[in-house]
Design a protein around this ligand. Structure first.
Ligand code: NBP
Length: 475
């Protein structure tokens, strides 16, 4: 057997990951795809690469050194289950099957348990960074057993993106932990993108600047605390002109945002865990709202504000938007890390949150300078209850909260939807409030459902006899 690693599934992600693996010193890569054409095309296009093509699962298994290690890069769902079953048939105890696709973490938990029962190791690994990341270095979030990580760690480290000398991969936790963290990464990505889009919309409608002019603003922001891949590509998208019409491309693109489901998974999981990820939820809903043309047509005659608030000082307004974006971004990341913390507690994973922020600094979509500040916060206090309360972020929020409020007020007054900006601010104000109207909600619950309440002044549970003499009893 000649190959030390194998890849199953040679569509764009698998082909690029195979090339990345083959480009590393000492690797020989067994490659297999259900349809042989993809395998033939990959091997023919890259004569320089150390590939061992296989055309049956048996051939694939025979071409791998033991213990065998194979990474699956096929469509998530049924295709992944079918591929796992085929590999389990030809692999032996001690071998390692890695699912590098975008699996939903409960599937990974189920698959890990089933495959482990055969003596074969199963690792669900989130791989971020799209095609370019797969080829040049992704951010990798593997789960699975410690034993599998021993073998897999060096291979994954060799192909991962590198941030400040550190490979962007860490053993996230057992079974589904890697895919869970990848899911939340994507959820945060939704929020970050929506916040940037809201900032663009506010500036465009508030100042009348052109997309190209706004591109310059984003490019400038990319030199400061907002420095990130998403801000950088935003400038590029805004600067692009459409060849056919000569208009800014952003004005020609249909304003309906698609989604492949990871944002929804993040929100559904957060709801089940009772973690308010309002920024991610609003970002996910904003995509849904955009994609209902019939409802948008039906609502198009509903009135907006009769007067537009004036932007007196353009430069000051733009700086306010920048600060509102930064503050909302802190909230979105804080909420995402909160979900990871809650997921770890629920599923029994030990997840080093600082390590997660470090492996996101390169190779993935949310890569940003900012993640170093998150790493610092967890280095100072590893079991931080609330990321945004860490000194650096608390100070940043204190500095920007007035600007943030002005922007939300402007958006509301002007009738510009800014759901992620405003829900993040409401979350901030909700958490910092001394008293919440939750007291009233609890009173209502006690009224109609005898759900009881606790008191601020003494321990225990109480119920008011609402339909009787309205005296209070100890429950
Ligand atoms: P696709 O998600 O488009 O899947 C195509 C691959 O799945 C082909 O190799 C196809 O084989 C194979 N496949 C299917 Br479909 N059904 C199969 C079955 N029953 N048995 C065996 N193989 C089967 O490929 P991709 O875009 O390269 O993505 C691969 C994985 O990586 C996915 O899970 C995706 O969610 C994840 N991912 C993608 C990106 C991205 O930017 N595209 C980023 C991060 C993660 P065939 O050639 O015979 O049809």
């Amino acid at each position: 057997a000649a190959a030390n690693i194998g890849v199953v599934g040679l569509a764009v992600m698998g082909a690029n990951l195979s090339r990345n693996l083959a480009s590393r010193e000492g690797n020989t890569v067994a490659v297999f795809n259900r349809s042989p054409q993809r395998t033939e095309a990959l091997v023919a296009a890259h004569p320089e690469a150390q590939f061992v093509p296989a055309f049956t699962y048996e051939e694939f298994a025979a071409s791998l050194q033991k213990p065998r290690t194979a990474i699956i890069m096929v469509q998530a769902g049924a295709a992944t289950d079918a591929t796992i079953d085929a590999l389990v048939d030809v692999f032996e105890p001690g071998d390692i099957i890695v699912d590098g696709g975008n699996a939903y973490f409960p599937d990974t938990i189920r698959r890990e348990r089933a495959v482990r029962a055969t003596g074969i190791n199963f690792v669900g690994a989130g791989i971020s960074g799209g095609e370019e990341g797969a080829l040049n270095g992704p951010s990798i979030m593997p789960g699975g057993s410690d034993e599998a990580w021993q073998t897999l760690g060096p291979i994954l480290r060799s192909i991962a993106a590198v941030a400040e000398g550190e490979p962007c991969v860490t053993h996230v936790g057992h079974d589904g932990a890697g895919h869970f963290v990848k899911m939340v990464h994507n959820g945060i990505e939704y929020a970050d993108m929506q916040l940037i889009a809201e900032a663009y919309d506010l500036i465009r409608r508030g100042t009348g600047k052109s997309p190209a002019e706004i591109a310059d603003i984003f490019a400038e922001w990319n030199d400061g605390e907002l420095e990130s891949y998403l801000i950088e590509i935003t400038a590029e998208v805004l600067r692009q002109n459409d060849a056919a019409t000569g208009k800014p491309l952003v004005d020609v693109i249909l304003d309906q945002a698609g989604a492949k489901g990871t944002g929804a998974w993040t929100v559904q999981t957060a709801l089940a865990l009772g973690v308010p990820v309002s920024g991610i939820a609003e970002a996910t809903f904003a995509r849904s709202l955009s994609s209902h043309p019939e409802q948008r047509a039906a609502a198009s005659s509903l009135p907006g504000p009769s007067e537009q608030p004036a932007v007196a000082d353009e430069a000051a307004f733009i700086e306010d938007v920048r600060q509102a974006l930064y503050a909302s971004k802190i909230v979105a990341y804080s909420q995402g890390f909160d979900e990871i913390r809650a997921g770890a507690a629920e599923y029994g994973w030990t997840i080093d949150l600082g390590a997660i922020s470090r492996i996101w600094r390169a190779g993935c979509i949310i890569r940003a300078q900012f993640l170093n500040r998150i790493a610092d916060a967890y280095a100072a206090e590893s079991d931080l209850a609330l990321l945004m309360s860490a000194p650096y972020f608390a100070e940043a929020l204190a500095k920007s909260q007035e600007a943030w409020r002005r922007v939300v007020v402007h958006a509301t007054g002007a009738g510009i939807p800014a759901p992620a900006f405003s829900s993040s601010l409401a979350y901030y104000d909700g958490l910092r409030a001394e008293r919440l109207p939750a007291a009233l909600v609890q009173g209502q619950r006690d009224f109609f459902g005898a759900h009881t309440y606790r008191r601020t002044d003494r321990p225990g549970s109480f119920h008011t006899l609402w339909s009787g003499d309205r005296s209070e009893i100890s429950a």
